[in-house]
Design a protein around this ligand. Structure first.
Ligand code: UDP
Ligand code: MG
Length: 335
C-alpha cells in the first residue's frame, strides 16, 4: 500500500500529531480555529494541521494560504471543486504523517482544547478514542439521522457502540493505515470506523453550537447519507424486499384458495373491482420500490466499476509531493 511505501522510502520527519480538517466555506471560523489549535498542539508535541479546502468559494482558501505561508505546520490541499466532506477527509488521511491522527470539523462545534482530553485517553493504551456528545440540542432531522446511523453502527460492529458519537476523534497511525486501505467511492467514516474493530474508548466532550455560518447538511443530504450507510453496511433494503415479496405472495395465494373454495362450494363470486384494483396497485408499488432498490445497487456497482478518482487536487501547500501526490486512486500492483 501507498503508506507502507512512503514509510519505507521517505526520509519524512515523523510528527506526533496530524490534525485533519475538511473545509467548505468556513471563512469566519478558520482564524479562531487556527489560533486555538496551534496553541493547544504546541503544548502537546510536534504537529501538522492539514486543511482540505473542499472547493470553498468564500475566500477560505486565501485565509488558509496566509496561515500556511507564515507557519510551515499548516498544510493545505485544495480540491478542484466541492467533492464532499468524506472525500476531503480521505485526502487528508492519505497525506497525514503523524503518529496520532485527529479528525475534527472546522466550525468550532468541538473545542480544539479538548484534544488534550482525547490525547490523555489514547495514551492509556487505546487505538481509537471517539468523542461522545452529551449536551447539544439537535434538530429532529439530526436526531432521526443519528438513530439510523447508530442502528447501522451496532449492526456492523456487532458490539454496542454508544449513540451520539461525534466526528471529533483521535486514533493511532496503525488505524490510519487500515483506513487508507478502504477504497470504495461512497466512503462514510462514521460507520466505517465503527466497523473496523481495534481497542476503542469514548470520552464525553462538550459540543457547542456552530460558531459561524450554517450547516452544510440539509435534511435531504442527511437522509441520503443514512440510507447510503444502510445499503452499504447492511442487507436490510434487500431483505425487506424479500420478506415483503414472501408475505404478499403467501397472503394472496391463501386468499385465492379461499375464494376458489367459496365459489365451488357456495357459488359465490366476490363482487366489485375495487379489491382487485387496489391489490394490483399495491403490488405495482411494491414491485417499483423493489426495482428502485435493485437499481440503486446497480448504480453503485457502476460507479465503483468506473474507478473514477474520488477527488481532483488543484493545489497543495507545504506538502512534500512524494507523500502521495494526486494519486488517490488505488495503487494497484504496489501492495
Ligand atoms: N464540509 C466539507 N465539504 C462539504 C460539506 C462540509 O468539507 O461538502 C466540512 C465543513 O466545512 C465542516 C465539516 O465538513 O468542517 C462538517 O460540516 P458541517 O459542520 O456543516 O456539518 P454538521 O456539523 O452540521 O453535521
Ligand atoms: Mg458542524
Amino acid at each position: 500500500m501507498m503508506f507502507e511505501k512512503i514509510e519505507q522510502n521517505n526520509p519524512v520527519i515523523p510528527l506526533d500529531f496530524s490534525v485533519v480538517i475538511p473545509i467548505f466555506n468556513e471563512k469566519e471560523n478558520i482564524s479562531e480555529l487556527y489560533e486555538r489549535l496551534s496553541s493547544t498542539l504546541r503544548s502537546l508535541g510536534s504537529y501538522e494541521i492539514i486543511f482540505i479546502d473542499d472547493g470553498s468559494i468564500d475566500g477560505s482558501f486565501q485565509l488558509m494560504k496566509n496561515f500556511a505561508q507564515k507557519d510551515k505546520s499548516v498544510k493545505v490541499i485544495r480540491f478542484s471543486r466541492n467533492y464532499g466532506q468524506h472525500p476531503a477527509i480521505k485526502a487528508g488521511f492519505r497525506h497525514a504523517i503523524g503518529s496520532y491522527i485527529i479528525l475534527m470539523d472546522a466550525d468550532l462545534q468541538d473545542d480544539p482544547e479538548d484534544i488534550k482530553i482525547l490525547d490523555a485517553k489514547i495514551k492509556e493504551g487505546y487505538d481509537i478514542v471517539f468523542s461522545q456528545i452529551k449536551n447539544i440540542e439537535r434538530s429532529i432531522f439530526k436526531k432521526i439521522n443519528s438513530i439510523v446511523f447508530h442502528f447501522v453502527f451496532s449492526r456492523v460492529s456487532g458490539s454496542r457502540n454508544p449513540a451520539d458519537i461525534g466526528t471529533f476523534r483521535i486514533f493511532t497511525r496503525k488505524v490510519l493505515i487500515s483506513l487508507n486501505k478502504y477504497e470504495e467511492r461512497g466512503i462514510i467514516y462514521g460507520p466505517l470506523m465503527a466497523s473496523i474493530g481495534y481497542k476503542s474508548a469514548y470520552v464525553d466532550v462538550r459540543k457547542n453550537k456552530r460558531r459561524k455560518g450554517v450547516t452544510h447538511y440539509s435534511f435531504y443530504k442527511l437522509m441520503r447519507m443514512a440510507l447510503d450507510s444502510l445499503s452499504t453496511y447492511t442487507m436490510i433494503p434487500l431483505q425487506l424486499m424479500i420478506y415483503s415479496g414472501f408475505l404478499i405472495a403467501t397472503v394472496s395465494f391463501s386468499a385465492a384458495i379461499y375464494l376458489i373454495f367459496k365459489k365451488l362450494a357456495y357459488g359465490i363470486a366476490v363482487p366489485g373491482y375495487a379489491s382487485s384494483l387496489i391489490s394490483s396497485f399495491f403490488l405495482g408499488g411494491v414491485i417499483l420500490l423493489s426495482l428502485g432498490v435493485v437499481g440503486d445497487y446497480i448504480f453503485r456497482i457502476y460507479q465503483e466499476v468506473l474507478r473514477r478518482p474520488l477527488f481532483l487536487i488543484d493545489e497543495k501547500i507545504n506538502m512534500d509531493d512524494s507523500h502521495g501526490g494526486e494519486d488517490e486512486k488505488p495503487q494497484s500492483g504496489s501492495s
